[in-house]
Design a protein around this ligand. Structure first.
Ligand SMILES: [Zn+2]
Length: 467
C-alpha cells in the first residue's frame, strides 16, 4: 500500500465477523482493510468514523440480483447506477447478478455484453452465467466451462422450468454437472415444468387468469419434486449444486436430507429470500395481488414458519433477494398472472429485514455468514469480499441497531414504486457504508460516483461456514 493512501479508522463499534463479535477499531488504507486493532491502538488517520453504539458488518453480498433484467417482453426499470445505489443504501456492497448466454453465443461474448451494461455500477459486482446452449460433447463442454472460470465466472445457472426459453432437460443438466470443472458451482431454479404447465393450463381453461390464481399455477409440489430430482442428479455426478430461492419446507428438507445421507455437506447448498420468510400467499386474495407475482410464488404459513426455523437452525446457507425492479405500471399492464412480469424489488431491504427477523433468534456472526461470508465463499469472492481481515476489500457497513422505522417505498431508492414490505417495522438502520475504502453512503446521503464499481473475478467455490 502506498504511503499516500488515505487512512480511515472506524472506531468504537462492535465488529461482527462470520466468526464472532468483538470491540475493535478497523484501519482502512486505500481500498483495503489494513488491520483490526484493540480499541484505541490503530494509530493516526486522515479520517475517523465513529461507530459508537453500532455494529460494523462486512459489506453484504447479495448473491441473487437481477439489475436491468430484460426478458424480451419487459425490462426492469432500474439501470446499473440506480440498482446498485439502492443496494448500497441497504448495506449491500457486492451484487452477484447474471449474464445470459444467448443461443449460439460463446460465454466470453455473453459476459462482455453484460459487463458493458454494468459500467455505471456504484458498488462491485460479479456474475453467474446462465447456460442455455451447452456443447454436446462432454470434453468440449468441460473446456468451455474451464475457459469461463478463467474469465472470473465460477458459477452457472440452470432452469428446470420456463419452457421453451430457459428450460434445460434432465439429461442436459446431468451432462453439465458431469462436465463442470473442480471449483465450479451450479445454481438451479427448481420447479417441475410439467406440473407448472399442467396447473397453469387448467386454470387458463377455466378462465382463472386473474392475479389471485398465481400461486395455484405453481404448486409447492412442483418445487419439491424438482429439488429432489436435482439432488439425485447432483449426487450421481458428484457436482457442487446450489438451489436458489427455496420457497417451501420440502425444498430445504430435501437438500438437507441429501447432505446428511450422503455426507455431502460440502456439495449441495440452498438459499432462501426474505419474501419467502416474511410474506404469505394470502396476499393473493387481498388488495394488491399484482405486487406479489413472482416465481416461485409466495406460500402458506406452514412454509414461511418452517423456513424461519430452518434459517435459525443452520439448514440454509445463504439469504439473498432475487430482486427485480419491475414498475407498478408493468405489474398492472395485464390483469392476468400469465402475462405479469414475475419478481419483487428487495435488495435495499435485505439487511434491515433479516436483522429484524433474526437478531434475537440467531447469533449475529451466523447472520453475517448467511448474508455476506457464505455467498462470498460459495461464489469464489472470499476473502476479498465477505470478511473483515487484513487485505480484504474495505467493504464495511455501520449498522445502528437502535432506531425503529417503518418501511415506506417513498424512502427507498429503486424505481418500482412500491415495496412488498410496505408498513413493516424494522429494527436498526444502515448508517454508513464503505465500498473499497470509500464512504459511499453517509446517513441519507449518497456519495459514490457512477462507474466506481468494479467487476470482481470469482475463483474456486469454497465450502460455506456452518453453525
Ligand atoms: Zn432469480
Amino acid at each position: 500500500m502506498s504511503e499516500t493512501a488515505p487512512r480511515i479508522v472506524i472506531t468504537g463499534g462492535q465488529v461482527v465477523s462470520g466468526e464472532n463479535v468483538f470491540e475493535a477499531d478497523i484501519l482502512v488504507e486505500g481500498e483495503k482493510i489494513a488491520g483490526v486493532f484493540t480499541p484505541g491502538t490503530a494509530g493516526t488517520a486522515d479520517r475517523t468514523v465513529d461507530a459508537q453504539g453500532c455494529y460494523v458488518f462486512p459489506g453484504i453480498v447479495d448473491a441473487h440480483t437481477h439489475i436491468m433484467l430484460d426478458t424480451g417482453i419487459y425490462r426492469t426499470v432500474d439501470n446499473w447506477e440506480i440498482g446498485t445505489r439502492a443496494a448500497a443504501f441497504g448495506g449491500v456492497t457486492t451484487v452477484i447478478d447474471f449474464a445470459n448466454q444467448i443461443k449460439g453465443q460463446p460465454f466470453a461474448a455473453a459476459l462482455k455484453a453484460r459487463q458493458q451494461e454494468a459500467v455505471d455500477a456504484v458498488i462491485d459486482y460479479a456474475f453467474h452465467m446462465v447456460v442455455l446452449e451447452p456443447e454436446y460433447e462432454t470434453d468440449a463442454l468441460r473446456a468451455s466451462l474451464t475457459r469461463l472460470m478463467g474469465l472470473g465466472v465460477t458459477s452457472i445457472k440452470l432452469f428446470t422450468t420456463y419452457r421453451p426459453n430457459y428450460y434445460v432437460d434432465d439429461s442436459t443438466i446431468l451432462r453439465i454437472f458431469r462436465a463442470m470443472p473442480p471449483g465450479m458451482i451450479a445454481m438451479v431454479h427448481c420447479e417441475n415444468d410439467s406440473i407448472v404447465t399442467d396447473a397453469t393450463e387448467r386454470l387458463v381453461a377455466q378462465g382463472k387468469t386473474d392475479w389471485a390464481y398465481h400461486a395455484q399455477s405453481r404448486p409447492a409440489d412442483a418445487e419439491a419434486e424438482a429439488v429432489s430430482r436435482v439432488m439425485y442428479l447432483a449426487s450421481l455426478a458428484q457436482a457442487r449444486v446450489y438451489v436458489v430461492h427455496c420457497s417451501t419446507a420440502m425444498a430445504v428438507s430435501e437438500v438437507n436430507r441429501v447432505r446428511s445421507r450422503d455426507g455431502h455437506w460440502d456439495q449441495v447448498f440452498c438459499e432462501t429470500c426474505p419474501q419467502y420468510i416474511l410474506l404469505h400467499d394470502m396476499v393473493y386474495s387481498e388488495e394488491h395481488p399484482e405486487h406479489f407475482i413472482l416465481q416461485p410464488p409466495l406460500r402458506s404459513y406452514h412454509h414461511t414458519e418452517s423456513l424461519k426455523h430452518y434459517v435459525a437452525n443452520g439448514h440454509i446457507d445463504v439469504l439473498s433477494t432475487d430482486s427485480c425492479d419491475y414498475s407498478l405500471e408493468q405489474k398492472l399492464a395485464h390483469r392476468d398472472f400469465t402475462k405479469t412480469p414475475g419478481g419483487l424489488p428487495g435488495v435495499e431491504t435485505l439487511l434491515p429485514l433479516m436483522y429484524t427477523t433474526f437478531h434475537e433468534k440467531v447469533p449475529l456472526p451466523r447472520l453475517i455468514q448467511m448474508l455476506s461470508e457464505n455467498p462470498a465463499r460459495l461464489f469464489g469472492l472470499y476473502p476479498r469480499k465477505g470478511a473483515i481481515l487484513p487485505g480484504s476489500d474495505a467493504d464495511l457497513v455501520i449498522y445502528d441497531p437502535q432506531p425503529r422505522s417503518v418501511i415506506h417505498h417513498e424512502n427507498l431508492h429503486y424505481l418500482a414504486g412500491y415495496s412488498p414490505y410496505e408498513g413493516m417495522q424494522v429494527h436498526g438502520k444502515v448508517r454508513t457504508v464503505l465500498s473499497r475504502g470509500e464512504v459511499v453512503v453517509d446517513g441519507d446521503s449518497f456519495l459514490g460516483k457512477a462507474g466506481r464499481g468494479q467487476f470482481v473475478r470469482g475463483s474456486a467455490s469454497l465450502a460455506p461456514r456452518r453453525p
